[in-house]
Design a protein around this ligand. Structure first.
Ligand code: MSP
Length: 511
């Protein structure tokens, strides 16, 4: 049996939304994780997609006077286009209206119905239209929910016996079999479960909502959109229909998401899986929010930032760098123009672009444009080499922790050591003294290696600029990250090719 594939997912986004920085963040996070994992030799399956059923899509289509399917067909393309432009390379893009997904939802419902996990009952209460959830009076008070968004409903519905799984779920979380990261979120879920767990309403009467997957045991009802959407994680890798593929892919290694949808993922989803007799995902990682002047960015608040403006002005890599470097996974982070520009100019332009350009200029002048043969085996100065060694050792653990901001930081430490070396040795002075020729070759080799290793280490975050920097150094990308990060990869005599400035200064700000 071949080894299990590393399986990472993003939430599937509501098709009605315009992709904004929040969606871009989770998706780029998954993309970067997938690229690092591949670099560390693992086979990866990275899934994203769109969540297309439910009230909002139905209402929006009705407003436009077109069918919900046509509406979704058009809108999902915006997400696909956004990911292409941001250099996201998902392995699959799922739409919940696809037959390959719908048939699994139908099979899951039939399975749970047969097992007696679903029953019919009466429901009376408040329904939150834009969030597509039922809410209790206590939640309305506690969260200060705007009552204009609420609809009073009283109807017969179908329920999943979720409450019966409370103890088993608590045990799975406490034992670490289902890891919830960060710990604060794990405690939040355990706190929620300590208050007791009710059953989950999983149907909507067709009279109220027709845009959904019909229940296989009652044609008058469609499936609740969250029950439908969560199943995407298992439908694509083959639940019920492709045992071999499912065994190789499932369980998901990490479901990535924002903290807004932690409960659905860490309570509804695992209990659904338990009832189906399917293994739980290995981990759930809830990241924080991107805020604007301290307020969560969202379409409904009208303060969402269009990622494309930044990607167009500064290039996709600059946006990817900002998102990965600025947010410590798990915490909130503020998106501001000033922070963005500071990271672009300081981290990318000055620390990295500048070191590369100075190094290549000096190699051009003092070494005939070729990587010099160092006097000592690995070059003389030791600080960059030691820092590169630390980076190589730390990287797999940082990838396990999804701590890409820390990888960025470690690489910056390395680059700073390179820049310090230029200032301390002043190679243009060494070049004037024939007795220092060996020292000069050591310094230039060390600088070139520093740039190469930084480029290789950052390539998963910067898939355009990383390889572009390597090309200028006359080096090709190496798929195996551990090999790529080992000191001494540059072959003396290699012809370098100083090219365009990697991160040019930009005066115009995105509109
Ligand atoms: N369709 C559901 C998810 C179903 S998954 C089975 C949904 N979609 S959504 O379009 O609202 O996307 C929510 C996700 O977008 C969040 O979990 C998060 O990943 C991302 N973000 C949306 N706004 C965000 C911020 N302001 N900051 C960070 N991420 C945010 O919920």
């Amino acid at each position: 049996m071949p080894p299990k594939i590393f399986y990472v997912t993003t939430p599937i986004y509501y098709v009605n939304d315009v992709p904004h920085i929040g969606h871009a963040y989770t998706t780029i996070l998954a993309d970067v994780l997938a690229r690092y994992r591949r670099g560390l030799g693992q086979e990866v399956f990275f899934l994203t997609g769109t969540d297309e059923h439910g009230q909002k899509a139905q209402d929006a289509a009705a407003k436009r006077g077109i069918s919900p399917q046509q509406h979704c067909d058009e809108l999902q393309q915006r997400f696909r286009d956004a990911w292409v432009r941001l250099n996201v390379r998902q392995d699959d893009f799922v739409r919940t209206t696809e037959p390959r997904h719908e048939r699994v939802v139908t099979a899951a419902l039939a399975d749970l119905w047969k097992k007696g996990e679903i029953y019919a009952g009466d429901y009376e209460g408040w329904y939150h239209v834009s969030d597509e959830v039922f809410v209790t009076e206590a939640e309305i008070e506690e969260k200060g929910i705007d009552r204009t968004n609420l609809k009073r409903v009283s109807e017969r519905n179908y329920f999943f016996k979720m409450g019966a799984y409370r103890e088993r779920l608590v045990a799975a979380i406490e034992s670490g079999r289902l890891k919830i990261v960060p710990t604060s979120r794990r405690n939040e879920v355990l706190g929620f479960l300590a208050k007791g767990l009710g059953d989950l309403c999983i149907s909507r009467p067709k009279s109220r909502l027709s845009w959904g997957i019909p229940l296989p045991f009652d044609a008058e009802y469609v499936t609740y959109v969250w029950f439908d959407a969560l199943l995407n994680y298992a439908s694509v890798p083959g639940l019920y229909f492709d045992a071999e593929r499912f065994a190789r892919t499932w369980p998901a290694d990490v479901h990535l998401m924002g903290k807004d949808i932690l409960t659905t993922h860490s309570v509804y989803w695992p209990t659904m899986l338990m009832a189906m007799g399917v293994e739980l995902p290995r981990s759930i990682l809830a990241h924080g929010w991107w805020t604007l002047a301290g307020v969560k960015m969202s379409k409904s608040l009208g303060n969402a930032i269009d990622p494309m403006g930044y990607a167009t002005t500064y290039g996709p890599d600059a946006l990817r760098w900002f998102l990965m470097r600025e947010m410590a996974v798990g915490q909130d982070a503020e998106f501001s123009d000033a922070r963005f520009c500071a990271r672009y100019d300081a981290d990318l332009g000055n620390e990295w672009g500048n070191l590369l350009s100075r190094t290549l200029t000096m190699i051009g002048k003092f070494s005939d444009g070729k990587v010099p043969e160092p006097e000592h085996e690995f070059g003389g100065p030791t600080e960059p080499r030691e820092l590169a060694g630390l980076l190589l050792t730390a990287l797999p653990g940082l990838v396990d922790e999804v701590a890409f901001h820390r990888i960025g930081e470690e690489v910056q430490n390395l680059l700073r050591a390179g820049n310090r070396l230029v200032d301390a040795t002043q190679p243009w002075k060494l070049a004037k003294d024939p007795a220092k020729a060996g020292v000069l070759r050591d310094v230039l080799y060390t600088l070139a290696e520093t740039c190469r290793i930084a480029a290789a280490a950052l390539s998963p975050i910067l898939p355009e600029k990383g390889p572009a920097a390597l090309r200028q150094l006359g080096s090709a990308p190496v798929a195996d990250l551990r090999l790529a990060l080992a000191w001494g990869g540059l072959v003396p005599g290699t012809v370098t090719a100083k090219g365009d400035v990697l991160f040019p200064r930009i005066e115009t700000k995105p509109s």
